[in-house]
Write a new protein. Sequence first.
Length: 151
Amino acid sequence: MRIPENRRGRIIGLLVLAALAALIFYLYRTYFPHFDLQTLLDDFANLLGAWTYLVVGALAFLETGAFVGLLVPGETALLVGGAVAGQGVINVYLLIAIAWVMAFLGDSTSFYLGHRLGRDFIIKHGDRVAITEERYQRSRSTSTSTVARPC
């Protein structure tokens, strides 16, 4: 979808967006009148309880892993953990510390595996995920290697 460049196009786009939001709100109130997010959050917080530390820590660890971050929603887990902490079920400072340590350990583990297995592992098993030696060399010579974590 392209953003309109003139003022009239932007105004029309905002009106369409507002109409869409109003429609979604109307449908939500019509079909889910007794759906209360606060009650849902309270029930979820009581269900997880102290297990929130483990869940958030594990997802923070897995998110920083090589290619696992694409599949595991670490930020979403942190938001849910923060909401549970906001209910008073767990300690938010301990949650932040656990998430930080586990993300650091996950990143360090990924770096160690990349350092230990290295280029030969990528060349040997890379064809399974469409990484050829030429593509690997091309990626190492571009600016992505200075921005991203090197193998």
